[in-house]
Ligand binder design. Structure first.
Ligand SMILES: [Fe+2]
Length: 412
């Protein structure tokens, strides 16, 4: 059984190497630096020495040199364990008489193969005729003094080392490719799950939005129904104006649409128009339904309904200025209206529309004190007052609506 001496300062590295060699059937001894190794080599004459390079007290190079100069053990085969890629260490080891080398971290099967090769023959390093060669390492010329066998072994070792490293690299690349594949499929799986979750969330959100939109639509309907119901209570006391507010609302909305108002503005306009005469609840019904002309006092009382409408509505939080719109529905551009005699820039757009719609609808239908004057008379009135009492664009829009038949007065 061959005896191998390990010289290695790292206890862990020495133990790993010892187990490997014992497992392969060798008898193994261990020294922890070159000096101790040299003494042991002389004493026990091992068949092979495997020595680390960097060690305290005496390094692997010095150990090699001493061995080759010692007559008793100059033919002792020595394998140096060098760090991977340190070409200078390899050349230095070669110059000092190493038979072979193995790079660290080493491949176990490669190391055992190297051990078997080296054990098969005694070292001839000391006896070989040295050739002097020059090698360029990192751009620097390094001199190599070695025998032909040594150089051949070195080349074979380098080749085997490269193969082993390539095997490790290939295996690492295979592992990486495997890992990448696993990662990709994991990402795919998670992405699919994420997409599914997003789809569900978006569906839930859509359904929620649909519900909210439906809820809003119902609320608007309820609001309109309530407003219409309130308006109806006023009109019940004044049968001659029954349906007046609704018809004014229809016309006002058509005028607003003709003028390019948004649906939101039109909705506010409809609600204001449907309730614009709400304040009439405060006027005695005998005055509202009085046949014949009203005297000044009665007319002054009638005029209070615009302010009364405002007072009833001002504390209700509509998303439109409903109370202000109805407050202004008897004003005129030139300040000749009531109750405040406001002029053009002070009058809201919605009020300007409501003013024209109210005039046209009122004149087109009968009143307790007069017969219906008719649509043509109403049109003549707003045309005559265009730019004076009535907003010109509103008048134009109203004419377009009436002439195209989008709105027609009620028949009595
Ligand atoms: Fe009115």
């Amino acid at each position: 059984m061959a005896t191998i001496l390990i010289i290695e300062d790292s206890i862990i590295q020495a133990e790993m190497l010892r187990r490997l060699l014992v497992g392969a059937g060798y008898e193994v001894l261990t020294a922890h630096d070159g000096s101790q190794g040299f003494v042991m080599a002389r004493a026990i004459r091992p068949d092979l020495v495997i020595s680390d390079v960097t060690m305290p007290v005496m390094d692997g190079f010095e150990f090699c040199r001493r061995v080759r100069q010692d007559d008793e053990i100059s033919d002792l085969p020595v394998i140096l364990l060098t760090a991977m890629g340190s070409a200078r260490d390899v050349v230095r080891g070669l110059n000092l008489g190493a038979d072979n080398y193995v790079t660290k971290p080493y491949d176990a099967s490669l190391l055992l193969e190297r051990v078997r090769e080296t054990l098969g023959r005694p070292s001839t390093v000391a006896k070989q005729e040295k050739c002097v060669l020059q090698a360029r390492i990192d751009g620097e010329i390094v001199e190599v003094q070695a025998g032909p066998q040594q150089v051949l072994d070195l080349m074979l070792s380098t080749y085997a080392n490269a193969l082993a490293q390539n095997k490790v690299l290939q295996s690492t690349q295979d592992d990486l490719a495997e890992l990448n594949k696993a990662l990709e499929s994991e990402v795919e799986r998670k992405s699919a799950a994420l997409l599914e979750q997003q789809r569900r969330l978006s569906e839930e959100r859509e359904s929620q939005l649909r519900k909210e939109a439906e809820h809003l639509r119902q609320l608007h309907e309820t609001l309109l129904e309530s407003v219409t119901a309130i308006a109806a209570t006023v009109e019940m006391r004044d049968p001659y104006t029954s349906g007046h507010q609704r018809r004014v609302a229809d016309l006002a909305v058509e005028i607003g649409r003709q003028m390019g108002c948004t649906e939101d503005v039109l909705e506010g306009l409809r609600i204001a128009a449907v309730m614009h005469d709400l304040g009439k609840v405060r006027i005695p019904s005998e005055i509202l339904s009085k046949p014949g002309r009203l005297d000044k006092e009665e007319f002054d009382l009638i005029k209070t309904h615009a302010r009364a409408s405002y007072d009833i509505l001002k504390n209700i939080h509509f998303p439109w200025p409903i109370a202000d719109i109805v407050y202004q529905h008897h004003e005129r551009l030139d300040g000749s209206g009531y109750p405040r005699g406001l002029k053009a820039p002070e009058i809201l757009l919605e009020s300007m529309i409501l003013i024209v719609a109210d005039v046209v609808e009122s004149m087109s239908t009968p009143r307790p004190y007069r017969r219906a004057l008719g649509l043509e008379a109403a049109i003549r009135e707003i045309e005559a007052g265009k730019g004076v009492k009535y907003d010109p664009s509103t008048v134009d829009a109203c004419l377009a609506v009436c002439r195209s038949g989008l709105w027609a007065p009620a028949e009595f």
